[in-house]
Design a protein around this ligand. Structure first.
Ligand code: HEC
Length: 142
């Protein structure tokens, strides 16, 4: 858990300093983590506790009550491919070192998508499975 603490700190610092200079190095230890843990370790550094977002060195959209979350595809595609200041989490594991991001598996992405769509006051009940994430185009795959 010490390592995850360090990663969280690194993510928080990176998020606070500059959105495009994230210091992600490893998702090791997140293997069996649920959506809430993935959120707190990976997403919260930018999107803040309770998904309330932040405006400072960058603009980190609030996820609480965000109408865009009605579409699970939109959320999953954003997590897979990243967007402007948000890194891609769907790159193959062997490509994340170069880009200094974290690789999340399709199952982990499904978990965190389900978590953000049903937390912070969001009430989207349709849960997705890893196979639905797997069916979406992934970045970095030729
Ligand atoms: C390094 C900071 C950072 C991290 C870490 C991060 N995001 Fe983001 N996220 C952003 C930024 C910046 C945007 C806005 C991108 C844009 O629209 O230009 C964004 C956009 C989004 C959006 C789209 C919101 C909208 O209104 O269109 C979703 C959904 C989202 N992030 C979910 C997540 C989830 C889930 C995680 C964790 C797996 C995560 N983000 C991790 C910075 C981050």
């Amino acid at each position: 858990m010490k390592r995850l603490g360090a990663l969280l700190l690194a993510v928080s610092l990176a998020g606070a300093a500059a959105a495009d200079d994230s210091a992600f190095t490893s998702s090791a230890g997140l293997g069996s983590a649920g959506g809430a843990e993935i959120y707190s370790h990976i997403c919260q550094g930018c999107h803040m506790p309770e998904g309330r977002g932040a405006v400072g060195a960058g603009h980190y959209p609030t996820l609480a009550g965000n109408a865009a979350l009605v579409s699970w595809q939109y959320v999953a595609i954003t997590v897979l491919n990243g967007k402007n200041g948000m890194p891609a989490f769907g790159l193959p594991a062997d490509q994340v070192m170069e880009t200094r991001t974290v690789h999340l598996s399709d199952a982990q992405i499904a978990d965190v998508v389900n978590y953000v769509r049903s937390s912070f006051g969001n009430r989207h009940k349709d849960k997705i499975a890893a196979s639905q994430v797997a069916a979406l185009p992934h970045p970095g795959v030729p």
